[in-house]
Design a protein around this ligand. Structure first.
Ligand code: FES
Ligand SMILES: [Fe+2]
Length: 408
């Protein structure tokens, strides 16, 4: 963090410290004890944990600027020069494919006056700041300060946009703002995730759809709705619920609850009308004993998950923009072998439409729950067995927030 925090005025740091203290008091308060109980006795978190700016400050420090965060799929950056800009919790940054083929990530804020050096996405040879044309290479290094000799004693030879760690696993692009963080692989191996999902060969999938939208809601609600199986037969009855009716509900027996997340294996048809796998299974899963109903869900703290089916994976991430504003991004990824199958474009359109409808159904209920948070009568209701994952997320979250981020 030090590279990025260079130059933050002391009074701002002081303000953050005050906020953290206020958040600490909140996490030590007795009212949270009822959310820490075993699932059958527990109640959901109090409303203020979803609305407090102080809590959000603490989440930034202990989760978002400290954990490995999924931000993209590797195949979204095909050529050197391909880049995309991002925003998370008040920080703007860029991920770009460098000339040597590696991915680089850095803060999107010119070292002269802080102007963003790039917008949106695209392909560039270099990043040229639109204000005074300082030019940075694809790794974020300053290569041409305009009229640099007249800059006085500022050392332009050793100047770069503050770097962010970036790494990939299984085709997912992760960033980490903490320069001292443990490696991505070590992080994932704490829970044994690498070997567990290897059979899906996620790194061999191509992205056929990317769908994103912003919601006026706290990021935790988005994660909770995505972890809650209780609503499926109600909210998704017209789409996914219909096809999955009759399949074994996801009980705790097929859940693996881990330190930083969870996985679950269950039976479910795929994400398409009627649950039909339009391209058949992934070639490497053709002989899998679970057949066309193979299903796996994967959750990683703080804000990433993916759903796997016999023929696709759907990763998704809830990126906090602010305490009450979240950017939801989801991808649909299939084996590249499908690209040459007959009627590829038509079938992809059917899958896209279906998945967007599914996500829109959830969006409505994220907003519905958020709208109740300001009420003085906001209930802290019970946690159903089919909300077990929500309960597990809550335990991991509370542990992280009261033990300086780590709870080993
Ligand atoms: S702000 Fe970027 S060159 Fe001046
Ligand atoms: Fe849902």
């Amino acid at each position: 963090m030090s590279a990025i925090n260079d130059g933050v005025p002391a009074d701002e740091i002081q303000l953050d410290a005050e906020k953290i203290k206020a958040a600490d008091r909140m996490f030590q308060s007795a009212e949270l004890e009822s959310s820490r109980l075993d699932r059958a006795d527990a109640v959901h978190l109090p409303a203020k944990l979803y609305t407090s700016a102080e809590v959000f400050e603490k989440e930034k420090d202990l989760l978002f600027f400290r954990d490995w965060i999924v931000i993209a799929r590797d195949d979204e950056f095909k050529e050197p020069g391909d880049y995309r800009t991002y925003e998370m919790a008040g920080e703007r940054f860029i991920v770009a494919r460098d000339r040597d083929g590696t991915l680089k990530a850095f803060i999107n804020s010119c070292r002269h006056r802080g102007t963003p050096v790039a917008q949106g996405e695209g392909n560039v040879k270099a990043f040229i700041c639109p204000f005074h044309a300082w030019t940075y290479d694809l790794s974020g290094k300053l290569i041409n300060p305009l009229r640099g000799r007249q800059l006085g004693n500022f050392d332009t030879s050793n100047c770069r946009l503050p770097p962010i760690q970036v790494d990939t696993f299984a085709g997912f692009v992760f960033v980490n703002f903490d320069q001292n963080a443990r490696s991505l692989r070590d992080y994932l191996e704490i829970d044994g995730f690498c070997s567990e999902i290897e059979f899906l060969r996620c790194q061999d999938l191509v992205t056929i759809d990317r769908y994103e939208f912003d919601m006026e809601a706290n990021w935790k609600l988005v994660m909770e709705v995505g972890s809650d199986v209780y609503h499926v037969e109600v909210v998704h009855k017209e789409t996914f619920g219909q096809a999955s009716a009759g399949y074994k509900p996801q009980t705790s027996s097929n859940l693996r609850l881990t330190k930083y997340g969870a996985t679950k294996r269950y039976s479910s048809p795929t994400f398409a009308p009627g649950g039909e796998a339009l391209f058949g299974p992934m070639p490497w899963l053709a002989d899998h004993p679970d057949g066309l109903t193979l299903a796996l869900s994967f959750y990683l703290r703080p804000n990433f998950a993916f759903f796997a089916r016999c023929d696709m994976i759907q990763p998704w991430v809830a990126i906090p923009l602010d305490v009450n504003r979240t950017r939801f991004v989801t991808w649909t990824c299939v084996p590249k072998e499908f690209l040459s199958r007959p009627a590829f474009a038509e079938k992809v359109q059917i899958i896209k439409d279906f998945c967007r409808k599914l996500n829109d159904e959830d969006r409505g209920f994220v907003l519905a729950v958020q709208s109740g948070l300001s009420s003085r009568y906001y209930p802290r209701g019970p946690v159903h067995e089919l909300e077990r994952l929500v309960h597990h997320r809550t335990q991991g979250y509370l542990a992280a927030m009261t033990s300086n981020g780590d709870f080993e």
